[in-house]
Design a protein around this ligand. Structure first.
Ligand code: PGA
Length: 252
């Protein structure tokens, strides 16, 4: 699996470094396969998380960290409790019973203290949000509270008992925070993401399409299936470029 290979390469390369690898993590349906694969590779002794520090993109405001609806819970359930990670080195934005502005500043500071994020995993929303940077998010934004679009609330209602229960706001890394990562891996599957992928890759850079800001980053890899790629006008070119990249990496 391509995404897992990338993460494992980073973990093994940084294993002996003081501080270890710094991984940016995402939630939602898309990265679940990646987390399952990482757990398998850990169980096969191919990787260790012992020195890995992690930062999650976002967390809902007003959802307790022990609630099954929270992203704290999601990360424990889907990755952390299955591997040898040091929980004190895992950071999911704190949004419950805290001052949100101070929490956002602390989160940014912790990323800086860790030496920055080596590899940020991203999903993408149907409206092309990354993290919870919704349409209109400043391309210079940092960690802060954002209001979720109705589209995002509808998309995420499947995790709640009703739409009314879906929070209105979340604390999210900003677009500038994400762009400071050394490398970015954006994953997307399914035709419902095809417009977001097309607009982000082939459209103009605009706050109306938050993921289009990734065009400014020198090291972004898209791991997407055929359905998510189906809107790309230049798909033939991208497939040829991908083949050439594979040939170049085999001969280097
Ligand atoms: P999904 O969410 O992986 O559940 O589709 C992606 C996102 O909203 O960033």
């Amino acid at each position: 699996m391509f995404a897992a290979d990338d993460v494992c390469e980073l973990l093994n390369r940084r294993r002996k470094d003081p501080g270890g690898a710094v991984l940016g993590l995402a939630t939602g349906g898309t990265p679940l396969g990646l987390y399952r694969e990482l757990i398998l590779r850990y169980q096969r002794n191919e990787i260790s998380f012992a020195t890995v520090e992690t930062f999650n993109l976002d967390e809902y405001v007003g959802v307790a960290p022990d609630s099954p609806k929270s992203y704290h819970y999601y990360m424990r359930e889907n990755l952390f409790q299955h591997v040898d990670i040091d929980m004190s080195l895992t950071h999911v934005p704190e949004t419950f019973d805290v001052d949100l502005k101070s929490s956002a500043e602390r989160f940014e500071h912790q990323i800086e203290q860790a030496g920055g994020i080596d590899l940020q995993i991203l999903g993408i929303g149907v409206d092309a949000h990354i993290g919870f940077n919704e349409i209109g998010s400043s391309l210079g934004s940092r960690t802060r509270v954002k209001t979720l679009t109705q589209q995002t609330r509808l998309d995420n209602a499947r995790y709640f008992d009703s739409l009314d229960e879906v929070p209105e706001t979340a604390l999210t890394m900003g677009i500038a925070t994400i762009l400071e990562s050394q490398a970015i891996l954006l994953m997307a599957t399914g035709s419902q993401k095809s417009k977001a992928i097309r607009d982000s890759v082939e459209g103009p850079i605009t706050a109306s399409v938050p993921a289009s800001a990734l065009q400014l980053h020198p090291d972004v890899t898209l791991v997407i299936d055929r359905a998510a790629a189906s809107g790309l006008v230049n798909i033939d070119y991208f497939l040829r470029a991908e083949r050439n990249r594979a040939v170049a990496s085999r001969s280097s």
